[in-house]
Design a protein around this ligand. Sequence first.
Ligand code: ZN
Length: 244
Amino acid sequence: MFLKKRTTAIILLILITCPELFCQDTGLFDRWNKTDLLIMDVKIPKDNAIDSIDNYVTLANKYFKKTGLKTTTREQWVFPMRGWTSVSYRSAGNDYGDIYFDYFQGGESHNHPAHDIFILDKDSNGVEDSTGKKVEALSMVNGIVFTVLSDWKTGDFGRGGNYIKIYDPESEAMFYYSHLDSIFVKVGQVVKAGDPVAYVGRTGRKAIGGRTHLHIAYYPIYNGYPEPENFIDDLYRAEKKAKK
Ligand SMILES: [Zn+2]
């Protein structure tokens, strides 16, 4: 009798905590996270990685549809920071370069297929000078977090420090946020455009000695191959909207 009760309780618990539609799919993002970490460490054959990403994209699109959320059009992209009074871009927004970049070179890839957005933090203590508070990084789109690396410590080799990657089902692309201070989201978490995902920081081998900034990249995925795209005009447009 006792055993029966316990079994029923366990089954009920599984049903409650793991609705059949989502249960298997949550594992999808854990798998994607693992694959991405292997890619960053260059520990997975490139062809396998491409096939896997291609598959994750298809499954992630299906998963997102089930959430009932709308996707975010490019015009609706939200500026990826909140709580700043002024921002500046490294090299006046001309820091983007992708000629030698290949996603499958992993964490030590060449070039800078991204933008660095600095906050007002002259003494580099991690808080915005005029507010005395940390600046939040925001999701630019409605999407799903598929990678979180949050245990970077001073002295660690990793160049990106603490970082996250968010999948955008509208453009089938990844947004990459690095040098983060603390991270608020988990792998598999559905986020909305404008949701806080982390604090902007200086984590990372080189960034730790530099100025507080967000390194943000946009990689549309073509048949499993993430290819960076320069999106400075989108950042400018979103910044303008955020100022209003
Ligand atoms: Zn950067």
